[in-house]
Design a protein around this ligand. Sequence first.
Ligand code: SF4
Length: 294
Amino acid sequence: MRHVATKPEPQIVKDVHHPLEHYFRSERLPHIWCSGCGLGTAMSCLAAAFGHLKLDVDDVSVVSGIGCSGRLAGYMRPDSYHTTHGRALPFATGLRVALEKTKPGHKVVVFSGDGDLFSIGGNHFIQAARRNIDLSVFYVNNFNYGMTGGQVGPTTPMGAKGTTAPYGMFEHPFNLPYLAASSGAPYVARWTTLHVHRLQKAMEEAIQKKGFTFVEIIAPCPTNYGRRNGLPTGLDEMRYYREEAVIENFADPKDAEIIPGKPFIVGTFVDEDKPDYLEIYQKFVADHFEVAAK
Ligand code: SF4
């Protein structure tokens, strides 16, 4: 007798949940980021860091500015704020200070991009680092303004092409670990989206540390940066990180500049303890006003 194979019934698996799903607004996914973009990887690392630290969604807030990175605030479940351009840091500062009385251990995470933190928001960055405001700043560096069409910005490496620099960038870019360290940040690190475990660990260290902590995350933008600079897919950019990223902890931040086609340093640059803004402020108030009131 001829055996007729029957098509198996599809198995519908119910009630299976991702262990980190409570950190996401799943109803808003899938995200809008391009194929090969590094933002999804950076967001996954952030959720994994929250999970590893066992952070309750009520114990952390996420603040973003404008740009492709700003979308993250809409995708994450903790109270999240998609603020105006360049103002993620002042908004986060106000939030952190306001919560000190009612939720003193509350974590405020800023997840943002080039324009927001280093051009229109550049002054806010150096002032927040100088004051040592207790914020964890996760900055995605894809070397251009992705959302607005690939214009060059303050982190575009010398010689790299963008829509506003078709013959190549001729301005010096910021060396961000050096800028953060010299502005006073007590924790400064840089990783790429290739180094997911190290990136997650750096995020955990930054969240746990009191004070202004800064992690630069080098990430692909194949749509607007990569394809103009000989790295047309996300994979090409990841290959570039594998070939050129040199892991070196506690290197001098002055040596952290990025030159296309040359090796660049990733790792922890600064990890030190110093009193944060609120600690100094509260001591000042106690010394000058509460004593006078007695
Ligand atoms: S434009 Fe660039 S940064 Fe924006 S989503 Fe696309 S790949 Fe990502």
